[in-house]
Design a protein around this ligand. Structure first.
Ligand SMILES: Nc1ncnc2c1ncn2[C@@H]1O[C@H](COP(=O)(O)OP(=O)(O)OP(=O)(O)O)[C@@H](O)[C@H]1O
Ligand SMILES: [Mg+2]
Length: 330
């Protein structure tokens, strides 16, 4: 009975059906884009599309070009080849402010927070709410506290006390506050540069949960990571960079976790490493898995539909983010 139902237009949050591709114009798109720093070509011929309500994962080893790619999208650098489109318009951002004005927000790993200031102050840092007419204008502290609390709850983030200095939160919680902040200030595209790189298993899970929450609120998310397992938990599309070019670009339905892990591990490179280890001695090379088995034996979830993914990510949600709670901004 679910045959060919067109995606509900204009609904928010609960759009679970896959919209028809032609209706689903990317928020951000790169076409054969590249970037050279002088005569160093850091990125070349990259195609990438970010859709509303989808998570696009960008994977790759050190120096693969991941940061270069997001710097183009976030307005820090300009591409030197190909095209960069936002809502279908070719653009060239001069500063990160230009990107923000188009709803593209970036959460960097070294978050720009002031550790000794309370959580709510950091939430509004640089965009404080004020009250009163100009000469006697002052901070609207009550409203900022209330709003920060509401917005964090809307994302399913429950903190005991917003007065506590943000420096006392864990790395994962700080990432989550930064994500909620970007959502509140109207981001449509959220770029996360290795948000789980420095985190343990549990904290990474928390961050992944909010990535899923941002997607449920209709944002397009670009999730940069080294970790194929993290990517596969929340990703809708996977782009693997190697030496500045796109080595793999696959929709979730077209790739298993095992295949993705193999791509990241670089089957051939692992074989070479194994060979080198054999020369050094002290490593029982025979006991290592063979090249075909370089991927950890994790059961790859084989269903690719969205409902399934939602279930997987919400198992840790204390309070799943309410859909359609985007009030307070636009
Ligand atoms: N400002 C720059 N000037 C010259 N070369 C640069 C500059 N920034 C990056 N590069 C080069 O471009 C290539 C890609 O770097 P990039 O930082 O994008 O990689 P990455 O995938 O983010 O790596 P990592 O995982 O280590 O963060 C590297 O070879 C790097 O040396
Ligand atoms: Mg980088």
């Amino acid at each position: 009975m679910t045959s060919k139902t067109p995606a509900a237009p204009g609904t928010h949050g609960a759009v679970l059906a896959d919209p028809a591709p032609e209706q689903d114009r990317p928020l951000v798109e790169l076409r054969r884009a590249g970037k050279s720093y002088g005569n160093i070509r850091a990125l070349h011929g990259v195609d990438l599309a970010v859709h509303p309500g989808r998570v696009t994962c960008v994977l790759g080893d050190n120096g693969a070009g991941k940061s270069t790619l997001i710097k183009i999208i976030s307005g820090l650098h300009q591409h030197t080849e190909g095209e960069f489109l936002v809502d279908g318009d070719a653009v060239r951002f001069g500063t990160p402010r230009d990107a923000l004005a188009r709803g593209i927000a970036t959460v960097y790993q070294d978050l720009a927070t002031i550790p000794l200031m309370p959580v709510w102050r950091n939430f509004f840092l640089g965009s404080e709410m004020t009250k009163g007419p100009w000469p006697v204008r002052r901070l609207d502290i009550d409203r900022m506290k209330r709003t920060a609390d509401e917005e964090l709850r809307n994302m399913g983030i429950v903190l005991d006390d917003l007065e506590q200095p943000i420096g006392t939160l864990s790395g994962g919680q700080r990432q989550c506050v930064a994500i909620a902040r970007a959502v509140y200030f109207g981001a449509r595209v959220l770029i996360l540069d290795e948000p789980t790189a420095a985190l343990g298993v549990k904290q990474s899970g928390v961050v992944l949960k909010y990535i899923a929450a941002a997607r449920e609120r209709g944002l397009g998310v670009i999730f940069i990571t080294h970790n194929p397992h993290h990517a596969y938990m929340v990703g809708d599309h996977f782009s693997v960079l190697r030496l500045g070019t796109l080595e793999l670009s696959a929709a979730r339905a077209d790739i298993t976790l095992e295949a993705l892990t193999n791509h990241m591990a670089g089957g051939a490179e692992l074989a070479a490493l194994k060979h080198e280890l054999a020369q050094v001695g002290g490593v029982d090379v025979q006991a290592l898995p063979d090249d075909a088995g370089t991927a950890p034996k994790t059961a790859a979830p084989d269903t690719a539909d969205r409902t399934d993914r939602t279930n997987r990510t919400e198992s840790t949600a204390p309070d799943s983010p309410a859909s359609g709670t985007a009030e307070g901004k636009a």
